[in-house]
Write a protein that binds this ligand. Structure first.
Ligand SMILES: [Zn+2]
Length: 320
């Protein structure tokens, strides 16, 4: 029964905390999308104004030869070379990892979003706008692009929390952790006091984190009064949707780690097993994740038969 599975999960305070924290990330993403979209356009306009030679009349001369791969990009034409330089000039992490593989350099002169993706984490090549991105993608952009004037320490602290949520193998966080997360989110959002939609989201996030977060389960007739007073209710299907989004993001993260082989295959397998075990007991969530799990399984099978070409191509460093 769908209802009883959800009720059982939320009976575990630390799992409930995990879902709450994840819900905050979704609210954070929601309130950053519009802002990021506008700022990315402004950033692109600014670049073109300063260097008209990069504008729409410029176009890549090498076609498919100017194709980045993962962190590698060797431009084969003048336009892409200039663009690369310009992007690096504004990159706060220019000496570290830049995931050029996200971008189609031929589109840089006309598509602001293709430029923005050079400031984001790996695995976003197919995302065509901020509305398709998760919170960490948007936070990384704000952190890595000097167009955004914020206290970067406040951004990286939220990113670190997000990684802790996603990497929590048991999908649980303590109440103490959640309070700390709330403080970091508050510090970060305070940087955007002039952006109304961010200020509005801040109120919702604060309410969510300080409430007992009563989940409205029609079958349960015992609800205590204090939960009524907090006023934050979610329907069963809303909670389910949040859980599903979080698990999808978690699986995608495992997928990218497996793909780039920046973790031992056994470790990947362990993480995957924990999620699978969890889903075995929670059929209501499992059905929506079949595709994601299959994708991971087939990647894992590929890696069990190592391609000799790939053995020399492993990168020693960890993830971003
Ligand atoms: Zn080119």
């Amino acid at each position: 029964m769908v209802l009883s599975e959800l009720a059982a999960r939320l009976n575990c305070a630390e799992y409930k905390n995990w879902v709450k924290a994840g819900h905050c990330l979704l609210l954070l993403r929601g309130c950053l999308q519009g802002f990021v979209a506008r700022e990315v356009l402004a950033f692109h306009r600014g670049l073109l104004a300063a260097a008209p030679s990069l504008g729409p009349r410029a176009s890549c001369r090498s076609g498919s030869q100017c194709s980045p791969r993962a962190r590698q990009f060797q431009p084969q034409c003048q336009v892409c070379a200039e663009w690369k330089q310009e992007i690096l000039k504004h990159h706060t992490n220019r000496n570290g990892d830049v995931h050029w593989g996200n971008c189609r350099p031929g589109r840089w002169p006309v598509d602001a979003w293709e430029v923005a993706k050079a400031f984001m984490p790996r695995g976003l090549a197919d995302k065509t706008g901020p509305e398709e991105c998760d919170a960490v993608a948007l936070l990384s952009l704000i952190n890595s692009c000097d167009h955004f004037t914020v206290d970067r320490k406040k951004v990286t602290e939220v990113i670190r929390c997000r990684n802790e949520i996603m990497h929590s193998s048991e999908m649980k966080v303590s109440s103490l952790w959640l309070r700390d997360f709330q403080m970091k989110i508050r510090n970060f959002l305070n940087e955007f006091k002039s952006i109304p939609e961010i200020v509005a989201a801040y109120t919702r996030i604060e309410q969510l984190l300080t409430s007992d977060w009563a989940v409205h389960l029609p079958a349960e007739d015992q609800r205590d009064g204090c939960e009524y007073e907090t006023g934050v209710y979610l329907s069963e299907s809303q909670v389910n949707e949040i859980e599903m989004e979080l698990l999808k993001e978690k699986l995608q993260e495992i997928y990218l780690q497996a793909q780039e082989q920046d973790m031992l295959p056994e470790e990947i397998l362990n993480r995957l097993q924990v999620v699978k075990e969890f889903l075995r007991n929670n059929k209501d969530l499992r059905n929506g994740l079949t595709e994601d799990l299959q994708k991971l399984d087939s990647l894992h099978l590929q890696h069990q038969k190592p391609d000799p070409k790939e053995l020399g191509a492993q990168t020693p460093e960890g993830k971003a």
